[in-house]
Design a protein around this ligand. Structure first.
Ligand SMILES: C[S@@+](CC[C@H](N)C(=O)[O-])C[C@H]1O[C@@H](n2cnc3c(N)ncnc32)[C@H](O)[C@@H]1O
Length: 432
């Protein structure tokens, strides 16, 4: 007998569950691509399911705790991922229909040998969730932010920050591009809106970045508006030697090359450096590429400036990577803050007298940002603060702190009315 084709919608459900399961297991989230699901409509639905389940993670935790008396069954394959997708669909994606949330969950579990015995449980739980979906829709948004992050955020960004950041999480991020040249024609072809300096924003797009006009010709690169700020805070004559530390995949390397500097791009990850090389080749820029640990790199010739985009908790990127919120522990953040201090010390040692150091992290955590300033002043006596003037950032009000650092977060509004990733930037000068 001929093999039955799978029910419509099942292949995309299984792909979505595999993706979510990987992320729950520790992988970095990236949307499903045409290699995963060639059909654009299927891919869009699968990505909506996964991103909604990730953004609503904290609320889905509450629902699962209420509906699974004995918690999640252990060693149950794709069960958790399949349930989270269907709960996201039942409560927040009503246009996808309730029937498929139940039916396809059961069908997906039947095909997973580790979870096939749980179809009865899944069916019962999802039926109860369907009956309660209007009540779940009213779950408070503050549940979207883990308790571990709330005190630091309320103290630094104000009491209402939790609600504002939760709203930014649900809204997600637009696509920000940095332009290689002033390029009004391209901006019009892309349907972009100027955000600040050479950053334009694309609110809706109908194709992958690689298929957008101008990509193949290297006329832009993808970079959040906030991530584009640090490189602009180095203002030196063309030809100055600039060290880009923790450089891959090269967004800031490209900006430094665009400014006319002789750039050395350093990263410890050789694979990520291959991506950097592809990116700057596509854009027509050049840079010396070095694979090394930034904590002990000792250049033969010192630099006029260094940009240190240090590894961090990345909580500032939660609109694109909601999973970072649920991964970070206090210990983890403190460990990264200690590494950042080692990297700052070594970056300072690679500068000529008078050389500029820009330190930045895509983190919202004060330990990785604001608290690094007094530490530098106390322990890196060879560095002095080189305060950022609000006039240097006149297209983003409210981003420069009283200490002369830059602090962006998803509650700040850009001139197009949009939001930004969370970044902290401090600038120093090596004493002569
Ligand atoms: C936030 S990403 C950098 C993004 C990049 N600056 C850009 O604008 O495209 C952090 C980078 O730090 C690198 N990294 C982490 N630890 C490092 C170390 N000890 N030395 C050098 N690079 C490191 C990672 O491989 C990663 O590429």
């Amino acid at each position: 007998m001929a093999k039955q084709p799978p029910p419509p919608g099942l292949p995309l459900r299984i792909k979505a569950a595999e993706k979510l399961r990987d992320v729950l297991g520790g992988a970095h989230f990236s949307p499903l691509t045409s290699d995963d699901l060639p059909d654009g409509r299927d891919r869009a639905i699968a990505n909506r399911l996964v991103t909604t389940a990730l953004r609503r993670h904290g609320q889905i935790d509450v629902i699962l705790a209420e509906l699974l008396d004995r918690g999640l069954p252990r060693k149950s394959g794709s069960f958790e991922a399949v349930m989270r997708l269907s709960l996201a669909q039942l409560v927040w994606l009503p246009d996808l229909g309730a029937h498929s949330a139940l039916f396809l969950a059961v069908e997906a579990l039947k095909r997973d040998t580790k979870a096939a015995h749980l179809t009865g449980l899944a069916n019962a739980v999802l039926r109860r969730a369907q009956a309660e979906s209007l009540r779940y829709l009213d779950l408070p948004d503050h549940l979207l932010i883990p308790d571990a992050l709330k005190p630091g955020w309320s103290a630094l960004y104000g009491e209402e920050a939790i609600d504002r950041f939760a709203a930014a999480l649900i809204a997600g991020a637009s696509l920000d591009l940095t332009l290689r040249d002033e390029d009004p024609e391209l901006v019009a072809a892309l349907g972009g809106v100027p955000v600040m300096a050479d950053t334009v924003r694309i609110e809706t797009r109908d194709r992958p970045v690689e298929a957008m006009p101008g990509y193949a010709e290297g006329r832009f690169w993808v970079q959040d508006a906030a991530a584009a700020i640090p490189a602009r805070l180095i203002d030196l004559p063309q030809g100055a030697r600039v060290l880009d530390l923790c450089a891959a995949p090269g967004g800031k390397t490209a900006q430094l090359a665009k400014a006319g500097y002789r750039v050395t791009a350093l990263d410890s990850d050789a694979t990520r450096l291959m991506r950097l090389k592809d990116n700057i080749d596509r854009l027509g820029y050049t840079a010396e590429i070095v694979t090394a640990d930034a904590a002990n790199y000792a250049p033969r010739e010192k630099f006029d400036a260094a940009l240190l985009d240090a590894p961090c908790s990345a909580t500032g990127t939660f609109r694109r990577h909601p999973e970072v919120l649920w991964r970070r522990t206090r210990e983890d953040i403190m460990g990264r803050a200690a590494l950042q201090r080692r990297l700052i010390a070594n970056a300072a040692a690679s500068l000529n007298p008078g050389g500029i150091l820009v330190y930045c992290v895509c983190s919202l955590e004060p330990e990785e940002g604001e608290a690094q300033l007094p530490w530098v002043l106390a322990h890196q006596t060879g560095l002095e603060p080189f305060k950022i003037d609000p006039a240097e950032l006149n297209d983003l009000e409210g981003a420069v702190t009283t200490d002369g650092c830059v602090r962006t977060h998803p509650g700040l509004v850009t001139k197009d009315g949009g939001a930004l990733d969370g970044f902290f930037v401090a600038r120093f000068r090596r004493r002569a």
